[in-house]
Design a protein around this ligand. Structure first.
Ligand code: SF4
Length: 179
């Protein structure tokens, strides 16, 4: 059983898969306490993987996003494989503090403190004034810089102009007013 905060169907609003119809499974709990955390993830209901599959199978998309909270606290290889065997493409959004099951299809890492990952499919940094050189050794196909709660967008645009290996990620779901 896993503690699940919410399951919803929407468009991915951030990063490489922005605009893609996807099912979000938000697991409860996180091992960090970031000041800018804008996710209410603590509450939840205990669900089996079969119950989760029952809830998501009514949606048309096969793009399944495990998010949180910190989803690596809740998922392991067998859990991921259960959904892959049911035909889902699995993306995970992690803070990078725990190993990620190797059968995940797409890893989005938003590193905070204590990040142990050194590679991911995409790196997504919420910009709060960090030294971007500290991510030079992180290997990723795509590197996204994201304004913090859309408050410093102009600053982030200027920084990307000077660091063109980064791309802008806006929180599309907030811009267009969807969940
Ligand atoms: S890692 Fe993410 S979910 Fe956890 S406290 Fe930080 S912003 Fe919130």
């Amino acid at each position: 059983m896993r503690k699940v905060n919410e399951i919803f169907y929407s468009l991915q609003g951030e990063g490489f898969y922005s605009g893609t119809a996807a099912i979000f499974v938000r697991f409860s709990g996180c091992n960090l306490h970031c000041e800018f955390c804008d996710t209410d993830h603590q509450n939840g209901t205990l669900l089996s993987k079969e119950e989760i599959l029952g809830k998501i199978s009514k949606f048309e998309s096969k793009h399944l996003i495990f998010t949180g909270g910190e989803p690596t606290l809740s998922v392991d290889y067998d859990f991921v494989q259960f959904f892959k065997d049911a035909g889902y493409y699995i993306q995970i959004e992690t803070n990078g503090t725990n190993p990620v099951p190797e059968n995940i299809d797409w890893v989005t890492c938003s590193p905070k403190e204590r990040c142990i990952l050194t590679s991911a499919d995409e790196l997504k940094v919420v910009y709060t004034g960090q030294d971007l050189n500290s991510y030079n050794n992180f290997s990723a196909k795509h590197k996204y810089l994201q304004p913090c709660s859309m408050k410093n967008t102009s600053e982030v645009i200027e920084i990307i102009k000077h660091h063109p290996q980064w791309k802008l990620s806006v929180q599309l779901h907030k811009l267009i007013g969807i969940e």
